[in-house]
Design a protein around this ligand. Structure first.
Ligand SMILES: Nc1ncnc2c1ncn2[C@@H]1O[C@H](COP(=O)(O)OP(=O)(O)OP(=O)(O)O)[C@@H](O)[C@H]1O
Ligand code: SF4
Ligand SMILES: [Mg+2]
Length: 329
């Protein structure tokens, strides 16, 4: 494991039994994660993109230790000293306990661990409130008394309380007004610099990913199909699915909406996985030569960049996007 790496996921598989017969026997299985390999480095923001249902939140749950993979391993930087990992959800309304005043909401994760007096917890809440831009006098109010943006600040303070190394941000701004989104993203960037935090940023919004992440992982049907530096991938996608995602039209909020039903078959289910390339049914570039084979994540050979792609064809070299840029279209 490289020195800078905090946690490394290797060949992670997660399955859920989805149907049982009257004897309680499993009749069908959802294959939600299907061989995820991923390193998270100290102080980085790793963006995770992909359609609804591709397994982004499930991956977060594996990292948080809330789900045990059926296969594969999660290795932390130092054996026995697992970095602390916290999560911030999309909807702070439902993730904050409405019965608790804000100072208790913020300090709940460390209160559970024990060892702090009430006065100490209150002081910790006051310090964190300042760091996330909330006034100290708000600490005795209840979550419903705040705006969406303020509630997300409370959720961020709460995630910071156990002094984590990694925070998973699962669509952290998608429930917020556009003007508030930018404030929250800037706050997250400032906190990252001040605390050398790593973020795993799950988002449908390409402009959010572009603003925040140096690297992105593109997920499809529980696999990473492309991994590399954000600027490289946004400029020249190398996997047909990434190309499709980037061609999708952003809606009014800047979120990605798929291009629509135009020659795009329905997302295949995860009950019966394809034996060859998972993207075969929807791929404009498919052929009968190599696409029927399972596709490993291969390193793309290109100068000065690190890129991994799960496709045996190199559409990067023939990228329509790149060609049209060159001819100035
Ligand atoms: N406990 C479970 N039992 C069965 N299927 C599950 C379970 N949890 C998740 N799934 C399935 O796993 C797939 C991935 O779910 P997940 O929530 O990780 O997707 P996601 O990429 O986060 O989607 P979204 O963008 O909508 O949040 C979905 O098809 C979901 O229905
Ligand atoms: S392997 Fe074939 S079907 Fe799969 S993404 Fe590449 S070109 Fe498309
Ligand atoms: Mg999700």
């Amino acid at each position: 494991m490289p020195d800078n790496c905090l946690v490394s996921l290797s060949d992670i598989h997660v399955h859920f039994p989805v149907q049982k017969n009257w004897l309680g026997q499993v009749k069908s299985t959802a294959h939600v994660l299907n061989g995820i390999d991923l390193d998270v480095d100290a102080g980085e923001t790793l963006g995770i993109v992909g359609e609804s249902g591709c397994g982004k939140s499930t991956l977060a749950q594996v990292l948080m230790g809330l789900l045990q993979p059926v296969r594969g391993s999660v290795s932390w930087q130092t054996a026995g000293a697992k970095p602390t990992i916290q999560i911030v959800f999309q909807d702070p309304q439902s993730s904050l306990d409405p019965r608790l005043p804000v100072w208790k909401v913020i300090t709940e994760p460390i209160h559970i661990q024990g060892g702090h007096s009430r006065g100490q917890l209150r002081q910790i809440a006051a310090d964190l409130a300042v760091q996330v831009g909330l006034r100290e006098e708000y600490l005795d109010r209840y979550p419903h008394e705040f705006s969406g943006g303020q509630r997300q600040r409370i959720a961020i303070a709460r995630a910071l309380a156990p002094n984590p190394d990694i925070i998973v941000l699962d669509e952290p701004t998608s429930a917020l007004d556009i003007s508030v989104q930018a404030q929250i993203l800037n706050l997250l960037n400032d906190l990252q610099k001040a605390r050398n935090l790593s973020y795993i940023l799950i988002s449908h919004n390409v402009s959010v990913i572009k603003h925040m992440s140096k690297r992105i992982a593109v997920m499809y049907l529980g696999q990473i199909v492309e991994l590399g530096h954000t600027s490289d991938i946004l400029q020249k996608p190398a996997h047909p699915y990434t190309e499709l995602l980037l061609d999708a039209v952003p809606d009014m909020t800047g979120s990605l909406a798929m291009k629509g039903p135009v020659d795009l078959p329905e997302l295949p289910g995860n009950r019966h996985l394809p034996s060859g390339c998972f993207f075969y049914d929807r791929c404009h570039y498919r052929d009968e030569k190599g696409c029927h084979l399972a596709q490993p994540l291969r390193r793309l050979s290109a100068e000065q960049e690190i890129r991994w792609v799960r496709c045996y064809k190199n559409i990067y070299e023939n990228s329509i996007r790149a060609v049209s840029t060159e001819v100035g279209v």
